[in-house]
Design a protein around this ligand. Structure first.
Ligand SMILES: NC(=O)c1ccc[n+]([C@@H]2O[C@H](COP(=O)([O-])OP(=O)(O)OC[C@H]3O[C@@H](n4cnc5c(N)ncnc54)[C@H](OP(=O)(O)O)[C@@H]3O)[C@@H](O)[C@H]2O)c1
Length: 252
């Protein structure tokens, strides 16, 4: 557990704020009384409806997390951020027989690991000045590999490791770091997920994430699938690995 955080009065920056979980978090942060949210997206035009709705409290910025210059420019502009939400994420379906698997894995790693690392590095000094908070949106698939999503899971495992490193290394600078480990959420990313996975609505997930941040939880499991997996994982990681392997097992 870390110190509790008040969203009310904070100045947030959310990556990938234009749709899915990032959009839900952006709205939820503003509804909880954030003074301002820097909503960032690869294409700021996709943030226009949000800007019209929230007015001056919503500042739209261009940020592709794989572009070092765009990330640096956002950090130069958003100098009063005290709540950084690393939400932008990439998933591409692939399997081990796919010729393109190495390229897929690199693209996912570039967003889910190097992107988070780049943004975190660029905003560390700003956050340190303000006793800030970092929220990394990882995945339950980062705790144990989901072989339906083999390379995505590996990129989220790398991100989980980075979250642990950042928590240890930035605590001395007054920055708290929260890792979020959702299960299936009903967004574009999961449109092709097999029906046995029950999906949670993004608004419910955003609420649970902010509740966890305000309560100072290190590891946040923001939906029923994630809560169950988190408990099983802490009891027996090997049991969870076998359950995930069973999802892709070929009948004998
Ligand atoms: N949905 C789930 O079941 C689930 C479960 C666990 C974790 N997560 C994680 O939750 C986060 C949000 O996922 P989601 O479900 O909301 O996915 P989504 O609907 O596919 O949205 C992905 C977001 O990431 C942005 N993005 C992708 N590449 C980017 C880049 N290079 N630079 C900046 N932004 C980029 C997208 O922007 P564009 O519109 O420009 O493409 C979009 O805003 C991700 O980190 C994901 O891994 C999702």
């Amino acid at each position: 557990m870390q110190g509790s955080t008040r969203i009310n009065g904070s100045v947030a920056l959310v990556t990938g704020a234009n749709r899915g979980i990032g959009l839900a978090i952006t709205r939820a942060v503003l509804e909880r009384g954030a003074t301002k949210v820097y909503a960032t997206a690869r294409d700021p035009k996709t943030l226009e409806a949000l800007r019209e709705h929230y007015g001056a409290r919503l500042v739209a910025l261009r940020m592709d997390v794989t572009d070092a210059e765009q990330v640096a420019e956002a950090a130069r502009q958003a100098t009063e951020v005290d709540l950084l939400v690393n939400n932008a994420g990439a998933f591409e379906p692939t399997e081990l027989t796919d010729d393109a698997i190495v390229d897929v894995a690199r693209r996912e790693m570039e967003v889910n690991y190097f992107g988070v690392l780049r943004v975190l590095r660029s905003f560390a000094d700003t956050l340190a000045r303000r006793g800030g908070v970092i929220v990394n949106i990882g995945s339950a698939a980062g705790l144990t590999n989901v072989p339906l999503q083999p390379t995505y899971s590996a990129s989220k495992a790398a991100q989980h490791s980075l979250t642990q490193a950042a928590r240890a290394l930035l605590a001395g600078r007054g920055i708290s770091v929260h890792g979020v480990y959702p299960g299936p959420v009903d967004t574009d990313m999961t449109k092709d997920l097999p029906p046995q996975f029950e999906k949670t609505a993004p608004d419910a997930v955003a609420k649970a994430i902010l509740d966890g941040v305000e309560a100072g939880e290190d590891d946040i499991f923001p939906d029923p699938f994630a809560v169950a997996l988190g408990k099983q994982f802490h009891a027996s990681p090997k049991t969870v690995e076998r359950q995930m392997a069973a999802l892709v097992a070929v009948p004998a």
